[in-house]
Design a protein around this ligand. Sequence first.
Ligand code: PHE
Length: 403
Amino acid sequence: ITAETITVGGKTYNKDSTTNVTPTILEKTTRQLHLIPTHPIAIIKNLIASTFPDFKHYDQFSPVVTTKENFDDLCFAADHPGRAVTDTYYLNEKIMLRTHTSAHQLQVMKESDKILVTADVYRRDEIDASHYPVFHQMEGAQLFDAKTAVEDIRNLIAAGSSAATAAITTEDTTQITPENPKQECHEEAAMLAVADHLKYSLNLMIRKLFSHEKDLQVRWIDATFPFTSPSWEMEILYQGKWLEVLGCGVSRQDILNNAGKPGKIGWAFGLGLERLALVLFGIPDIRLFWSQDDRFLKQFEPSKIQKFKSFSKYPPCIKDIAFWTTPNFHENNFCEIVRDVAGDIAEDVQLIDEFTHPKTKKHSVCYRINYRSMDRNVTNIEINEIQEKLRQEVVDRMKVELR
Ligand code: PHE
C-alpha cells in the first residue's frame, strides 16, 4: 500500500486528482450501525422491513460504488450538481462512496420484483447538530406486469388492510403535469395504479411506524428525481414543521429495461433512517447515533421504539484560531479541514470575530472551535495537538496567514 492507493473493505483503489475521501470518512464505513440490532437505526430499519414482509432485503452492500451505478444508470445528467466533488466523496474519478441507496437499484431489480436495500450513504456537508457526512437510507421497489398492473393492484389493495390507512390524515395535492409527467412509454391507467399502490404502501408503512401517534399528519407533494417520473415526496408534521421523510415515484422505464424487465412497470422509494429515528426516539443530535458510549447504546432494545433519555455530556475544550484570509477563502473549506483533523471531536465551528484592517485592507477572521467527545473526557494536551495540526493544515491547504 502506497500513498497512491486507498484501501476500503479489503480492496485497493488508485488515487487520482479527483480523490477527496479522508481517513475520518473511511473509518465510518466499518461501523455498520444498521446491522447492530439494538441501535435505533437498525430498529427503524427492521420495523419498516416488517411492513414489506415478502420483499428481498439487502443490507450488506459495500459503500464503494462506480459513478455509473450511482449516477449514469439512474439517468443523472452529465452535469448534474450531485456529481460535484464538493458534494460527493470520490476514491477516484470512476469510484465513489454511494450518495444514496438508489445506486443498487439496477443490480437488485435484476434479481427480484420486490426489493429493499438498507445502507450507509455519504455526502459532504457542514458541521452542526443536524448535519453529518454519513447517514442511512432504505430503498424499496416493487415491479408489476405492465399488462395486468391495473387489475393486480386493484386486487392487492382490496385484500389489504384499510383500517391502517384510515387512521391518518393524509393530504395529497400532487398532480400529473408537464413538470411532473407520465413517461411516454407508460399506459396512463397502469401508471396511475402503480402510483396508487406506492402511496398506499407507504401510508401503511408510516402508520405502522407511528402507531402510538393518534393524529399523525402526512402529506404528499410533487418532486423531481432523475430516475422516477412522476415523482413525489412524503412529509410528516413534526413540532409544527413539515419534515421530508422520503422521495419516490414511478421508476424510469430505462432502468427496468436495463435490468432485463421490459414488460414490467414499477415504483421505487428512498427514505432517510436518521430523520425517522430522531423523531421517533426523540434523539436531539445526529452525532449521538455514532456514540460508542454504553449510556447511549444500552438504552435500546430490538424492535422497540422508546424515548431517548439524555445523559450528561463530557466537558468541552474550546480553542480559537484567527487568520488573515485570501480572496478565495470559503468557510466550507475551513470546516472540511476541521472535520479532517479533529473528526467527531469537533462539535461546533463558529465565526466569532471578523474585521478588515483600515490601512492594509487585509481581512481577518477568528473561529471558535468547540471540541468535545461523546464518549469520554478529552485532555487539553490532545486538543492542543489537534489545534496545532489544524493551524498547520490551514496554512498548507488554504495559504492563509495565521495571526
Ligand atoms: N435516492 C433519492 C434520494 O436520496 C430518494 C429516492 C429513491 C427517490 C427512489 C425516488 C425513488 O433523495
